[in-house]
Design a protein around this ligand. Structure first.
Ligand SMILES: *Cc1c(COP(=O)(O)O)cnc(C)c1O
Length: 417
């Protein structure tokens, strides 16, 4: 067989890991062309919320495909985008009044950063500094990498990344150091703070409580620093509520959403902003407009999928599924916590995570590769972040399927001792 020309993301082809060819997905299960099955323990990289190939979303995509595939979005509009934008305004806090479309979490973040700088620039109070949190991840484009943690992921590109001010992760008992660093960075006149509310995903499923998030937002507000909430991963119920910010009573100035926006079916992202930020770009002068677009901005088919996702949230017992999954995760974590290899069990809503006792640490830990391969061989799609194992399945997962995930993880751990 000729080797595949495909170059996969975050994949070391030199390690020769098996790359299954998936043909079909239904609910929490993926099926390969050769008849094998995997339970999707990570929602296909945190995107699939209700389950794979939800019939209503698939039907909405088919219906829209028959009507309008694509239309330039500068100076033109269409019903799926209008309906979606209004629907998003309805389910997010009232001060967020404007919706800007893009295609991925990374671009939603780029848009947020550009909106923040544009806001200060057009108000003739130029501010450029961006404050970030240690261990954050905001995507893989240059700007998104710049505001994310530096490390093995982006070392070769360091010369292209801009400087930011990082405040320490608010580890339990050390929150004051985070508040002090944030206050100092705000006083220096930053344009914005960008953070992942409650859970830092790619940084290792690191969690911090809502009151810390509330305090951080309050510090930003006191110094007029824009608060950008990157809810690309935490949004759409992952943390137990539609938005993680809700749990802290925090209303961001700018909000980034993607991943679960279409139920995880097709790519789409939005950046929501407060009216002041929109109005800072509103004038009779073209030079003040928001200079950002991509060819497929607000693609009608993607918007139709997201409109149907909103309808599913309204019509189906999504919140109940989330609550049930969270309860099952609590029990599963309590069970596995006693395992000699397991430390630091933690949970936020539907997300469960723990660390492995290990001498090798960091993203390149062989353990990640081992457990991932073990899962592949045993019917579970799992992909640890270095020594951090996490389970973040679609909300439709059954108790039996979740049990199976933890049984395979446990067998993988046992094999290691
Ligand atoms: C996944 C993720 C991104 C990037 O989204 P892409 O769609 O992969 O570009 C940004 N921020 C957070 C918090 C994420 O988890």
């Amino acid at each position: 067989m000729t080797p595949s020309p495909v170059w996969h993301p975050f994949t070391q082809h030199g390690l020769g890991e098996e790359i299954p060819l998936i043909e079909r997905g239904q609910g929490a299960v993926l099926h390969s062309a050769d008849g094998r099955q995997w339970i999707d323990a990570i929602s296909s990289w945190w995107v699939t919320t209700h389950g794979h190939a939800h019939p209503r979303i698939m039907a909405a995509i088919a219906a829209q495909s028959a009507k309008l595939d694509q239309i330039i979005f500068a100076g033109w509009t269409h019903a799926p985008a209008e309906t979606l934008a209004s629907g998003l305004i309805d389910i997010t806090p009232e001060p967020l009044t404007r919706v800007f479309f893009s295609d991925s979490g990374s671009t939603a973040v780029e848009v947020a950063l550009k909106m923040a700088l544009g806001y200060w620039h057009n108000r003739k109070q130029p501010r450029q500094g961006i404050i970030v949190m240690e261990h954050s991840y905001h995507g893989d484009t240059i700007g998104a990498m710049s505001v994310g943690a530096r490390g093995v992921f982006n070392r070769p590109y360091a010369p292209l990344l801009f400087d930011v001010t990082a405040v320490p992760f608010p580890a339990e008992g050390a929150e004051q150091a985070t508040f002090d660093a944030l206050e100092a960075a705000c006083k220096a006149g930053a344009a914005a703070f960008i953070g992942e509310p409650l859970v830092l995903g790619a940084g290792g499923m690191l969690m911090y409580p809502a009151h810390v998030l509330a305090q951080m937002a309050a510090i930003c507000a006191a110094h007029d620093v824009l608060f950008i909430a990157d809810e690309v991963m935490t949004g759409w119920g992952r943390t137990g509520t539609m938005l993680a910010c809700e749990q802290a009573g925090v209303i961001p100035d700018i909000l980034c959403l993607s991943k679960g926006l279409t139920g995880g079916s097709v790519p789409l992202a939005v950046t929501l902003a407060r009216e002041e930020i929109f109005m800072a770009h509103w004038s009779q002068d073209r030079a003040d407009c928001f200079f950002h677009s991509s060819s497929y901005t607000a693609n009608p088919i993607a918007c139709a999928a997201a409109v149907e996702n909103l309808a599913i949230w309204r019509d189906e017992p999504v919140q109940q599924r989330i609550d049930d999954l969270a309860a099952m995760q609590t029990r599963a974590l309590a069970d596995i916590a006693g395992h000699p290899q397991v430390a630091g069990t933690r949970q936020c809503g539907t997300i469960a995570a723990f660390d492995l006792h290990s001498d090798a640490s960091g993203y390149l830990s062989n353990w990640a590769v081992h457990l991932g391969a073990f899962g592949k061989a045993n019917g579970v799609l799992i992909r640890p972040l270095g020594n951090t194992v996490y389970v973040m399945p679609p909300y439709c997962i059954t108790a039996e399927q979740l049990d199976r995930i933890y049984a395979v993880v446990r067998a993988g751990l046992d094999g290691r001792t």
